[in-house]
Ligand binder design. Structure first.
Ligand SMILES: [Zn+2]
Length: 316
């Protein structure tokens, strides 16, 4: 169970045991920093409970991920999964999302209306409420009533960074599951697999990520921006050969980082090509050729040196 969730063995064990023993509490608090798997685990949990192929009471393989229920949950269209967050509150109150700083009582009341309606399709009706630490006192008191007398087969998962502002009355009625920052190597692996990042870049970013996938992905975007500045550096003015080769050298750590840089430069080149095709046709051809060489195992440093010199030579 929960095979798709990175690390978090303690949290996974607690929830898996409850599922296997069919002793599932009505209230949970998933606690920990952003971007470490709390929401992903909550969603996986909903899939395991409602999967129409793999019955959680008979097997511990987890959700099938392709039945109608699993697919709808993945797409966010499952009728018995309700996600209550600032975006939902903005919709309910007809306000800007940016204006939502607390979870208000009206939002909890809206949620409660759904809580007491019968599940439409699923075996379990699940409410994911986030950020729970931002509930107003009135909202928390209102929610307490539901946690005290929840309808059958209903689960409320509160997602929170910390519990300082969550009333003890709520904490005592829910199972708190702690999520830990992810190990650096797990984040590096994730970046390599999901974003085809080079080993060197992925480790560099993972070390700065404080154990959060979300932060790592933000940092990764910034790294890509670093590469995308290469295009403007190479095309803004004529450069001395030595400067061009130094730029190339700063990227050429391994084949993957060269491929990454070439892909990002291609994106910039295509944007310019759309505006002024006659000016950039040669560069697009050169980029295509470079990619071909990279696939044919030609030395990536040589390919990049040659490409950078060519791009700069085309600048009038
Ligand atoms: Zn399924």
């Amino acid at each position: 169970m929960f095979k798709s969730i990175i690390a978090q063995n303690k949290a996974k064990t607690i929830i898996s045991e409850q599922i296997k023993n069919n002793k599932i509490p009505h209230g949970y608090i998933f606690m920990g920093e952003d971007g470490i798997g709390k929401n992903t685990t909550a969603i996986e949990f909903v899939k395991i409970l409602n999967c129409t192929i793999n019955d959680y009471t008979k097997t511990d393989v987890g959700a099938c991920n392709h039945c109608i229920a699993c697919e709808q949950i993945n797409k966010g269209s499952y009728p018995d999964l309700h996600i209550i967050n600032f975006a939902k509150q903005a919709e309910i109150l007809e306000e800007d999302v940016d204006k939502q700083k607390t979870l208000k009582i009206d939002t909890i009341r809206y949620m409660q209306k759904n809580v007491y309606m019968k599940a439409t399709e699923g075996k379990w009706k699940v409410f994911i409420l986030e950020p729970a630490e931002k509930m107003t006192t009135a909202a928390a008191n209102c929610l307490l009533k539901t946690l005290e007398e929840p309808p059958e087969n209903t689960i409320i998962i509160l997602i929170a960074k910390h519990k300082e502002t969550i009333p003890i009355t709520i904490v005592s009625r829910a199972q708190t599951v702690f999520f830990q920052p992810l190990p650096t190597n797990e984040i590096a692996n994730y970046l390599q697999q999901q974003h085809s990042l080079s080993i060197e870049n992925s480790v560099k970013i993972a070390n700065l990520s404080d154990g959060s996938i979300e932060k790592a992905e933000m940092l990764m975007l910034n790294t890509q921006n670093e590469y995308s500045s290469l295009w403007s550096e190479l095309t803004s003015k004529k450069l001395a050969a030595v400067d061009i080769l130094n730029k190339s050298k700063s990227v050429s750590k391994d084949r993957k980082s060269v491929v990454e840089a070439v892909n990002i430069i291609t994106e910039s080149a295509i944007k310019n090509f759309r505006r002024e095709p006659y000016k950039y046709t040669d560069i697009i051809e050169k980029l295509t050729e470079s990619k071909k060489y990279l696939n044919q195992n030609v030395n990536p440093n040589t390919v990049l040196d040659d490409l950078f010199i060519y791009i700069n030579s085309k600048i009038k």
